[in-house]
Design a binder for this molecule. Structure first.
Ligand code: NAG
Ligand code: NAG
Ligand code: NAG
Ligand code: NAG
Length: 838
């Protein structure tokens, strides 16, 4: 890496904080946003309805210019209304790859009158008013959403302005969550007069971003949830062009206004009525993540860059010598020969295969970076093949587009081209990618995509992709399309037998099917630690649960206090990686004084102790679509205080976590939700808290406040090992936390941790555990599944409410009478197991 480029890059990073375009800078957006809208000029020809087995087609006329559009209405999964508007005279782009395959529901009833049409979808209906055109969605008799009620529907059809817009209102809601990624609170702010600028969705490389900001970042997921005490309604705006979103929160209704630069108008209303249901409905459309290989839920160690084979292996050795568990080591761009992806710098990495085998022999994996820009250099096989076959993005005159990135002059793979996709996937073939092994996984970076010498350091709108689509139409899904190719490559490489792991920076709706994400180039500051929580929560609600932030902050040196707190928090976000840039001091945990090491080791231990809980929660995400991490208001939204909480969260349903994200603090305020009949247990402190709201909790530097919900059963493995593989034979410890009725339940999922046999051959254990009448019961949730686990149950611990609630009590110290411990059990996991404990 050239130091000058690096410095230039840092300079650009810091100056760009103030340099991003807003709606006001973009003509298409300004024209729409500041337009005086009167009554909508759109009118439905209700008597022209055409009905097929799964669709209702209607002519929608813009009377101001006598132009007819085609409106299609569908119902998906009996809970999702879909509205699509096309121009019969001109095709418009639809990012359909973002959806997983599904069929619309067969038609139900319609009521067609002159002034309106009513369609049915499960318990809800759509009423399409003819003149002026507007849409209402009801659940039974309750109005939950409208579209075009303010008449702000716009469809521009000039070649140089294909922008579209639509207004929405959501009844009985008070807050809006979603439309990641922004460095912003979970609950979105009011935009417009008295508020902030609109939220911008436009994938860019935005280093060192400001927090509390509506500016664009690396990914865009155009789904939002209007949420509140009474209900949740979702809106998925399926569009991959640059988009601006206005938000208005009112006491009992929320409004949003979407403006996109181009593309077809295609949106889905998710009827909820809870946040849990609405997020599940969203994953019915865009899919849930495949169960990640278990190693990827462990701890990752990265650096920009480990500069040699020797450097990388000595990091591992040091981790082992100092008892820090780690599953994955990472190589940034410097492992390549002059930033030519799919090649190696053999001077620094003389024997990559041996390096990977050494990693493998200690139970570790390798991740290497593959970016979408390809160095312009004749004789470089990727460049030559791409040029020969026309696989790169083009200029309007048909020549190949080139721009500056890490290697200097570069071309960019056109992942929209199915032939280029296939070719790119094949590059991951073990025979093709020199010195790669099955032990190597992939990181896709700079895929917004980054072009240093272009406006906002990204690809210009006018470039041409396969089938003559403009870059403008698909900008926000470029990185998504790369990860589709990477995922497919890793699947093909193993003949579909091993689960891929891919990390991506740029992402879009549906990215969860192919990759994990992180929050990009953050800073070693307390506010960046703090903002990573709502950033990942917002992504989780938008389908992408596997999210984390660079532990310690990417750019610059981190203070040891912040680093320790960051490990404690990072251990409770799904993707857990330490990463830092070139000119920052090395910060591998073994480099710090013993007390700091002890704190970090403890945080890592807490992560690994709960690995099977994380794994089980990810399995249930795949099965049901529920996010892995959840805001407090996911379950407790009838308590208005929870609606704005985003400094604490839930992992699954049962673990409440409130990391410390402030310097030099000896205590923090934790919000315990659920009312006095809900209990939250701290095993470390032997305390039981009642769900009565704010409680001050002491936070010495080596303590992370996390709590188990009364009524849950959590399985842990408590022995500290080098990696997840080394824990496989370790015994389980089953923790039972009793609720108000002295009962509890939980689930446990186990499989081979790496293959697809859980899908192809039902090779897994999926058990329900219950505790009723002093008896722990274990039974299978899938009669056809089968798996022989090497591990056995060593101990069962039962935590009980001491029944000492008095008015004003916020927590109780548990005595030995309140905790029943059975050790040395040596029991095999099996369905039908019953253990009498009391
Ligand atoms: C509107 O356009 C249609 C054809 O698209 C035409 O038949 C009709 O006469 C036009 N109406 C007016 C008022 O121009
Ligand atoms: C990794 O090690 C395991 C066990 O020692 C072995 O079965 C496997 O083939 C190795 N994998 C690679 C890619 O070297
Ligand atoms: C997968 O990991 C779990 C948890 O450590 C372990 O109990 C199980 O035996 C592992 N599976 C295999 C096939 O090693
Ligand atoms: C499926 O699982 C069964 C039972 O464990 C095993 O005997 C069989 O070989 C497996 N089949 C495949 C295709 O892996």
């Amino acid at each position: 890496m050239n130091l000058a480029i690096q410095l230039l890059y840092l300079l650009i990073c810091t100056t760009q904080i103030y340099g991003w375009y807003t709606c006001d800078d973009k003509t298409f957006c300004r024209n729409i946003r500041y337009k005086e809208f009167g009554e909508s000029s759109f009118k439905l020809l209700a008597d022209h309805a055409t009905i097929t087995h799964d669709s209702l087609f209607l002519d929608l006329v813009d009377t101001s210019r006598n132009k007819t559009f085609l409106l299609t209405v569908n119902c998906a999964f009996e809970q999702i209304h879909r509205f699509n508007i096309q121009d019969p005279e001109k095709r418009r782009f639809n990012p359909k790859e973002s959806l997983q395959e599904f069929q619309f529901k067969e038609n139900g009833n319609y009521i067609i009158a002159n002034d309106r049409i009513i369609t049915y979808c499960g318990p809800s209906t759509t009423t399409l008013y003819a003149d002026p055109f507007r849409i209402e969605v009801h659940i039974y008799d309750t109005l939950i959403a409208t579209a075009n009620n303010d008449g702000k529907l716009v469809i521009n059809t000039d070649d140089d302005d294909e922008s579209i817009s639509m207004d929405f209102e959501f009844m009985e809601t008070e807050r809006v969550y979603g439309i990641p990624l922004h460095a912003e609170r979970l609950s979105l702010r009011n935009t417009g007069p008295g508020g902030t600028i609109p939220y911008r969705l436009y994938n860019v490389d935005h280093c060192c971003y400001a927090v509390d900001s509506q500016e664009p970042l690396y990914g865009s997921v155009p789904v939002l949830y209007a949420h509140g005490r009474r209900r949740t309604t979702g809106l998925f705006w399926l569009n991959s062009a640059q988009t601006f979103v206005d938000i208005q929160n009112n006491p009992d209704t929320t409004k949003t206004f979407f403006i996109s630069e181009s593309g077809e108008m295609d949106f889905y209303v998710l009827i909820g009525p809870t946040l849990e249901e609405a997020t599940r409905q969203y994953t019915l459309l865009t899919g849930s993540a495949n169960l990640p290989p278990q190693f990827s839920l462990g701890h990752h160690q990265s650096r920009y860059s480990y500069m040699s084979q020797y450097d990388l292996l000595s990091v591992v050795k040091n981790f082992d010598e100092h008892d820090f568990p780690v599953d994955v080591l990472w190589l940034d761009i410097d492992y390549t020969d002059n930033f030519k992806y799919f090649t190696w710098n053999f001077d620094a990495f003389p024997n990559p295969v041996e390096m990977q085998q050494t990693l493998n022999s200690t139970g570790r994996k390798l991740v290497v970076i593959i970016d979408p820009h390809i160095k312009v250099e004749e004789g470089y096989f990727v460049y030559d093949q791409g040029m020969e076959n026309g696989y790169f993005v083009h200029n309007p005159d048909g020549s190949v587009f080139t721009g500056q990135c890490w290697p200097g002059l570069s071309t960019y793979i056109d992942f929209k081209n199915p032939h280029a996709q296939k070719w790119y996937s094949n590059l991951f073939d073990l025979d093709y990618f020199p010195s790669s092994t099955e032990n190597m996984f992939i990181w896709n970076d700079m895929n917004e995509p980054v072009v240093f010498d272009q406006d906002e350091e990204t690809m210009p709108n006018y470039l041409v992709h396969y089938d003559n689509w403009l870059h403008r139409d698909l900008h926000n899904m470029y990185g998504f399309l790369q990860t589709l190719g990477t995922w497919t490559g890793l699947m093909d490489r193993s003949l579909n037998t091993r689960r891929p792991f891919v990390l991506t920076r740029s992402h879009f709706a549906g990215s969860q099917r192919y990759a994990a994400i992180w929050t990009g180039d953050n800073l070693p500051t307390w506010e960046h630690l703090r903002v990573s929580f709502p950033m990942c929560l917002s992504e989780a609600l938008a389908g992408i649960s596997n999210c984390g932030a660079d532990v310690g902050g990417f750019v610059g040196n981190v203070e040891t206090e912040l680093l320790q707190r960051w490990y404690q928090a990072g251990a409770w976000l799904p993707f857990f990686r330490q990463h830092s840039t070139k000119d920052s001091d090395r910060r591998e945990p073994y480099l710090f004084p013993d007390d700091v090491q002890a704190t970090i080791r403890k945080a890592l231990r807490e992560r690994y102790a709960h690995l099977q809980y994380w794994y089980t929660t990810f399995f249930e995400h795949e099965l049901f679509g529920y996010p892995v991490i959840r805001p407090i208001s996911y379950y407790y939204n009838n308590d208005i205080n929870t609606l704005d909480i985003d400094d604490q969260w839930l992992v699954g349903k049962n673990i409440l976590i409130h990391p410390v994200a402030e310097p030099q603090t000896s205590s923090i305020n934790v919000y315990f939700p659920g009312g006095i009949e809900t209990f939250w247990y701290s095993v470390e402190k032997n305390l039981m808290y009642f769900g009565v709201g704010n409680v001050q909790v002491e936070t010495p530097i080596d303590y992370t406040p996390y709590f188990y919900r009364g009524g849950s059963i959590i399985t842990r493995k408590n022995t500290l090992r080098r990696s997840s593989i080394d824990m496989q034979n370790d015994p389980y410890n089953i923790y039972v936390f009793l609720d108000n009725n002295n009962e509890a339940e939980g689930t446990l999922y186990v499989d081979d941790n790496i293959s697809f046999d859980y899908k192809n051959n039902k090779s897994f254990l999926y058990y329900q555990l219950t505790y009723i009448n002093g008896m722990l019961n274990m039974y299978t949730l899938d009669e056809d599944s089968h798996f022989e686990d090497k591990a056995f149950i060593e101990s069962i611990l039962v935590y009980r409410n001491p029944n000492q609630f008095e008015e004003g009590t916020k927590y109780i110290k548990l005595s030995t009478d309140n905790v029943l411990i059975k050790n040395n059990l040596n029991l095999k996991l099996k369905s039908g197991l019953q253990i009498k404990l009391l």
